[in-house]
Design a protein around this ligand. Structure first.
Ligand SMILES: CC(C)=CCC/C(C)=C/CC/C(C)=C/COP(=O)(O)OP(=O)(O)O
Length: 333
């Protein structure tokens, strides 16, 4: 009985670790922001827009871990699949179920989203299976998925997205290309060992960081330019963008100050800051659509949840535990 309980607990924990709870509010905010930007008044179907994007994202994590199980066995053996706590089949089923649930929500709201949804799913598979190991195309395909999430959110609220969403989507594409690139700086040793030709593996971490910063600045500039068409609160959008830029500086400055070698812990810290920063960025879009007060009320609890869960779970998910010291053991035994 106790054994079954422990096994059940281990399995649930393995699923929760696969979801990376510190990231799940982000796609929900993206879907919500897209729906708010597109709706003429109020937000139509906010829960559907947030839920469909979050489920699409979860399917991305399940499928990504399924495709990456060979690489993770080398670099991150503590993760749910290589450690044996989650079977590869269960991850695949989890990915398919989340994708199906997301499809049902999307199609029930607006069947015309279906082609974009299929492109997003193909993008998730393409990112994990093909592009991630090829360098910049992997980072760009990951950025494109974020742009699609916000457009799909908009189409859940109204039949076709407004043109004013274009600079927002383009800005988010550049932004997430940049943050994904920073993520590869953390993984450079494992990627090299696993044969992944990421930008830092091919060109070094300094060039990767400089490229990421240029993309990041371009992304923020595009989202700022969209404030000119903000449905409700351009000043609120810009105010939250300034906060996001401050967080971005906190992520990039230590990386830029590092020498030619950036250790994985410092790179992880920068990415952790960007995981929080992108919530502020998505909230800036929501502020432009529905006002800075509404956006802040939505942002604060999800930001707190992300920060707390990141503190509790992130390092253990990214780094194998240090080998236990051999206290009390006779080395000659
Ligand atoms: C409706 C619908 C289908 C929406 C799609 C939503 C979306 C943006 C999915 C992306 C999922 C994904 C592969 C995340 C992994 O990023 P990562 O952990 O490799 O990288 P990161 O550090 O850049 O987040």
């Amino acid at each position: 009985m106790a054994g079954r309980w422990t096994r059940g607990r281990t399995t649930v924990l393995a699923h929760v670790q696969t979801w990376r709870p510190y990231t799940t509010s982000y796609p929900a905010l993206l879907g919500l922001a897209g729906a708010a930007w597109a709706a003429d008044a109020g937000v139509r179907r906010p829960a559907v827009a947030a839920g469909a994007a979050a489920l699409g994202w979860l399917s991305g994590h399940y499928l990504g871990d399924w495709f990456d199980r060979g690489l993770d066995a080398i670099a991150k053996p503590q993760r749910p699949i290589p450690s044996g706590r989650l079977s590869a089949d269960a991850a695949l089923v989890g990915g398919v179920l989340c994708a199906t649930a997301s499809a049902v929500l999307v199609v029930a709201a607006n069947w015309a989203v279906l082609p974009l949804f299929l492109i997003a799913m193909a993008g998730i598979v393409g990112y994990s299976r093909v592009f991630k190991k090829r360098g910049l195309s992997g980072n760009v395909s990951r950025g494109a998925l974020t742009a699609l999430a916000v457009v799909i959110g908009a189409m859940i609220a109204r039949p076709a997205p407004p043109w004013s969403l274009l600079p927002v989507a383009a800005g988010l594409l550049l932004h997430d290309t940049a943050s994904n690139l920073v993520g590869t700086v953390r993984d450079v040793d494992g990627d090299r060992e696993g044969g992944y030709r990421s930008v830092p593996v091919r060109h070094g971490v300094r060039r990767a960081v400089r490229l990421a910063l240029s993309l990041y600045a371009g992304g923020l500039a595009l989202v700022a330019s969209a404030a000119g068409w903000a449905p409700r609160d351009a000043a609120g959008q810009v105010a939250l963008l300034v906060v996001a830029a401050g967080c971005g500086a906190a992520a990039f400055v230590p990386l830029l100050r590092s020498g030619p070698v950036i250790d994985a812990r410092s790179a992880l810290r920068a990415h952790e800051v960007l995981v929080a920063e992108r919530l502020v960025l998505a909230a800036a879009v929501l502020a432009g659509a529905r006002g800075v007060v509404t956006a802040t009320v939505v942002l604060l609890p999800v930001l707190l949840f992300s920060l707390v869960t990141q503190k509790l779970m992130r390092a253990g998910h990214e780094f194998p535990p240090a080998p236990a010291p051999l206290f009390g053991k006779d080395p000659s035994a």
